[in-house]
Design a protein around this ligand. Structure first.
Ligand SMILES: Nc1ncnc2c1ncn2[C@@H]1O[C@H](COP(=O)(O)OP(=O)(O)O)[C@@H](O)[C@H]1O
Ligand SMILES: [Mg+2]
Length: 234
C-alpha cells in the first residue's frame, strides 16, 4: 500500500531539516529526516547524545518548526497553520512527558493535571473530574492533593503522564521519560506507557538511552548525526 492508501499517519515527516544558528555558526541538527509513525504505534527513538533526538521530538511535537521539509501531524501539513492553530493542534493531539517532569512546584497533582484543559475552555468542575480520573488511571488517586515535593520521582512522572493524557491525545511524546528515575520506577513508568498504548490505542513515541527501555517498544528509530538509519524489517 502507498502511504496515501493507508490514510493519515500520526506523523509523516518528509526530508525534515533543522539548523540552529549560534554566533554566526550554523549547526545542522537534522539533515533530512523522513519517517512515518502510525496511530497506535509504540516507537523508541534511540541514538548517541547530540544526534538530534530532542530536536526531532520538538519538531514532531510542534514546539518548533523545521528549517525546511514537510511535517504532517494527523494528516495536517503544519506549515500551513498559524501559531494559534498550531497551538490548538498541539493541545488536542499531543501529550508531552519530559525527563525532569516539568510539574508546577506549588500546585497540587490534581491542578497540575487539570491545567491543559483550561486552554480548552472546559469548566472547572469538569476539569477536576477529568484530572481525578486521569490520576486514578496512573494509580495516584491517593495523591490528588500532594505537591510535587511531597512525591517520589516515579510518582511525579506518573502525574506528568496523567497530565499528558487528560486531554485524550492521539500521541504521547516522551523525551527520556525514565532518565531521572531508578530502575524500579523507570520500569513502572514503562509498564504504564505500554499499558496506555495497548489499552487506549494512544501512540507512544519516546526517546531513550536505555537499551532495556528501547526493547519494550514495537519499533526503534535510530538517529545518528542528524539522520535516521533504515529500520530492520521495513
Ligand atoms: N537550541 C539550540 N541551539 C543551538 N544548537 C542546538 C540547540 N539545540 C540543539 N542544538 C545542537 O543540535 C544538535 C542536536 O541536539 P539534540 O537534538 O539536543 O540531540 P540529542 O537529543 O540527540 O542529544 C547538537 O549538536 C546540539 O548541540
Ligand atoms: Mg536530547
Amino acid at each position: 500500500m502507498s502511504p496515501a492508501e493507508r490514510g493519515s499517519a500520526a506523523f509523516e515527516a518528509i526530508d525534515l531539516r533543522r539548523s540552529y544558528r549560534l554566533d554566526g555558526v550554523s549547526v545542522d541538527a537534522l539533515r533530512g529526516v523522513s519517517l512515518r509513525i502510525e496511530h497506535g504505534d509504540f516507537v523508541a527513538i534511540v541514538g548517541p547524545s547530540g544526534s538530534g533526538k530532542s530536536t526531532l521530538m520538538h519538531l514532531l511535537g510542534c514546539l518548533d518548526r523545521p528549517t525546511s521539509g514537510t511535517l504532517l501531524v494527523d494528516g495536517v501539513d503544519v506549515s500551513t497553520l498559524s501559531e494559534t492553530k498550531l497551538a490548538e493542534l498541539r493541545n488536542r493531539t499531543i501529550g508531552f512527558v519530559f525527563q525532569s517532569f516539568h510539574l508546577m512546584g506549588r500546585t497540587t497533582a490534581l491542578d497540575n493535571v487539570a491545567l491543559p484543559l483550561v486552554y480548552r475552555g472546559v469548566s472547572r468542575a469538569a476539569r477536576r473530574e477529568r484530572a481525578r480520573a486521569a490520576l486514578a488511571a496512573v494509580g495516584l488517586e491517593h495523591r490528588l492533593d500532594h505537591r510535587p515535593s511531597q512525591m517520589s520521582g516515579g510518582e511525579q512522572q506518573r502525574v506528568a503522564i496523567a497530565r499528558a493524557l487528560v486531554g485524550e491525545p492521539k500521541v504521547v511524546l516522551a523525551d527520556e521519560p525514565t532518565g531521572n528515575l531508578d530502575t524500579r520506577n523507570g520500569a513502572e513508568v514503562m509498564d504504564l506507557l505500554a499499558r496506555l498504548n495497548a489499552g487506549g490505542g494512544v501512540a507512544v513515541v519516546l526517546v531513550t538511552h536505555d537499551a532495556e527501555v528501547a526493547a519494550r517498544a514495537d519499533r526503534r528509530i535510530r538517529v545518528r548525526d542528524g539522520l535516521v538509519e533504515p529500520e530492520d524489517g521495513r
